[in-house]
Design a protein around this ligand. Structure first.
Ligand SMILES: Cc1ncc(C[n+]2csc(CCOP(=O)(O)OP(=O)(O)O)c2C)c(N)n1
Ligand SMILES: [Mg+2]
Length: 598
């Protein structure tokens, strides 16, 4: 007996003779892999041939970058490794951007990189490049199959490490090593439980929290990855503390909870910023406190520099890296929250004595921010006023508010990098974790659409919506082919403002409107392009049509139809991304003096 049934699948057991291709595919099966994203290539054809009988669906995409992002979206929604594979050389180099994005999103992606044959490596044959150095800085682990007998062992380790280190791992396989006879056993996946952190640090943290007058929780992605939402809620309720969500993790705390205050960071919630500014103790739960996510916004320099900071992160290297901390706890967000709850149980808490005034502050800050958002129908700077005057198109903020109101329950939303996508941060609220998939700190345009396609594969019953600027759409709409061909129904909301808006904003603010390469003139009708590609394409010009258009598109997903909603919006632009990193132009050469700041 060398097979057994596990769930609905047949798995091989015991040490036995097999080919390396069989060993590779069986290790995928042992790791629960049901979907692999990629583009077909001769390099791994012998293994690919086994996918159907192994119960693995090969999702054939338009571009390998798309496959990498899909594996990322799949991993982020399921918590299980997403897998992508491609042809040696160019197929693999096409993965690079997606792997870098997955690295910073902490996504357990297994990147399978078949390589040129071991017998000709270094001779500069066909489709050859050194595939390990390229990924060395954007993976948590790299396995190189240096001997075909190690195929199962190293494949299994790539999965174990992706899970353990919460990030991409690379499995590099010389293409000739798929062939031959080996004898091996398929390893079972490792299950390593993460703990709460050191006892002493947890005691110190509990003491700080017990004495805090105005504790604030900063809820990070670690809560989502650690499945710790219920524990985070319980801790917040025990402390009656306001909860801010960390930048682009708007799904780390339910927005209908009275203690929820909204996101920090670029285009975040003023309520969250004003409240954290008052904190005497901040509990940063499951966050690396990334530098971009705590920059001043809306003119508010909110980070409480004199507060005691308790930082909890599963990666010890993140503790105290960006912000000075009082207590650093290397632990799982959920386990640590539980350990803190246990320590606070039955204890007298200073913050409970003054809870009424703090709850009143939360309620009034939230009310003020909501009414500010309601009244903030358009951007009021000179450029925005000029370009939106008399325009028939919608104001982006109003359009985003309408999308928010029409957002179907349980929706997953991915967001791209751009001015309008960034502004959407103010309007994206979620009730459950694993719902928001932003491009995170790698910040690449073209992220959102393929990522939502991968998310939809992992969660086919949830509405899947991508927010994408028209420039980023130009980079990524090719994956509409994948949606149509592979019957993966999603909705892309494309913001047509005819420009690379986020970068144009820098021209406006720093370069006296000298526009170079920021206008997207002569664009096609993206609704018509969608139709030509076999999807539904709808052009939306009026605010009153936005909600119905989104609801119809989400409903169409149930019939297997992908929709592109082309939102016609004005060219107005919100606050810039990188005010922190730009300076007014200085010129020394006469030739360029005309461009110097006046
Ligand atoms: C791959 C990549 N190339 C370039 C950039 C620089 N960049 C950041 S935002 C942006 C403009 C995005 O334009 P669009 O997608 O149309 O959205 P909008 O800003 O107009 O809302 C660009 C080019 C980037 N982040 N990623
Ligand atoms: Mg644009």
């Amino acid at each position: 007996m060398n097979t057994m049934t596990e769930g609905s699948r047949l798995v091989v057991t015991g040490r036995q003779k097999m080919t390396p291709s069989e060993a590779f595919v069986e290790t995928l099966v042992a790791n629960g892999v049901k979907d692999v994203f990629g583009i077909v290539g001769s390099a791994y054809m012998d293994a690919l041939d086994l996918f159907p009988l192994a119960g693995i669906r090969f999702i054939s995409v338009a571009h390998e970058q798309g496959a990498g992002h899909m594996a990322d979206g799949y991993a982020r929604v399921s918590g299980q490794p997403g897998v992508c594979i491609a042809q040696n050389g160019p197929g693999i180099t096409n993965f690079v951007t997606a792997v870098a994005a997955a690295y910073w999103a902490h996504s357990p992606v297994v990147v399978v990189t078949p390589e040129t044959g071991s017998a000709t490596l270094g001779l500069g044959g066909f489709q050859e490049t050194e595939q390990l150095p390229i990924f060395s800085k954007i993976t948590k682990y790299q396995a190189h199959v240096n001997n075909k007998t190690r195929m199962a062992e190293l494949t299994a380790r790539a999965f174990d490490r992706a899970r353990l280190e919460m990030g991409p791992s690379q499995l590099n396989i010389p293409r000739d090593y798929f062939y031959g006879d080996i004898e091996c056993e398929i390893p079972r996946p490792l299950t390593i439980e993460r703990g709460a952190g050191g006892e002493k640090s947890l005691d110190e943290a509990a003491a700080l929290l017990a004495g805090a007058q105005f504790p604030v929780i900063l809820a990070g992605g670690g809560i989502i990855m650690g499945e710790g939402t219920a524990e985070a809620i319980a801790l917040a309720e025990r402390l009656q503390a306001p909860v801010c969500t960390s930048y682009l993790h708007n799904d780390s705390f339910p927005s209908r909870h009275p203690l929820w205050c909204g996101p920090l960071g670029y285009q975040g919630s003023k309520a969250a910023m004003n409240l954290i500014a008052k904190a005497d103790v901040v509990l940063a739960l499951g966050t690396r406190l990334g530098p971009f996510g705590t920059l001043p916004q809306h003119g508010i320099d909110y980070w409480p520099k004199h507060a005691k900071i308790i930082q909890i992160d599963a990666d010890a290297k993140m503790l105290g890296l960006v912000k000075p901390i009082t207590v650093g706890i290397c632990g799982d967000a959920r386990a640590a929250a539980n350990a803190l709850l246990a320590r606070l149980s039955g204890r007298k808490l200073a913050c409970i004595d003054n809870q009424a005034s703090r709850l009143a502050a939360i309620a009034s800050q939230k009310k003020a921010w909501e009414s500010e958002l309601d009244g903030w129908t358009q951007e009021k700077d000179a450029w925005s006023m000029e370009v939106s005057q008399g325009a028939n198109a919608m104001h982006p903020r109003q359009m985003l508010r309408e999308l928010e109101r029409a957002m179907p329950d349980g929706a997953m939303v991915s967001t791209d990098i751009g001015n309008i996508c960034s502004i959407s941060n103010s309007y994206l609220r979620f009730e459950r974790p694993r719902s928001m998939f932003a491009a995170m700190s790698f910040g690449n345009c073209g992220y959102a659409f393929p990522t939502i396609v991968g998310a939809k594969v992992a969660a086919p019953d949830r509405p899947a919506i991508a927010y994408v600027g028209d420039g980023a759409w130009g980079m990524s709409f090719g994956e509409l082919q994948t949606c149509v061909r592979e019957n993966i129904a999603v909705t892309a909301v494309v913001f047509n403002n005819g420009q690379w808006g986020a970068e144009k904003k820098n021209h406006v603010d720093f370069y006296a409107n000298r526009f170079v390469g920021v206008n997207l003139d002569k664009q096609p009708s993206w609704a018509a392009v969608a139709q030509a590609m076999g999807a539904r394409g709808v052009r939306v010009d009026r605010l009153s049509d936005v909600g119905a258009a989104l609801r119809e598109a989400a409903a169409a997903q149930r019939d297997g139809t992908t929709t592109v909603l082309e939102m016609m919006v004005t060219r107005e632009l919100g606050d810039p991304f990188r005010r922190d990193a730009l300076s007014l132009p200085v010129r020394h050469l006469d030739k360029y003096k005309a461009t110097a700041a006046k």
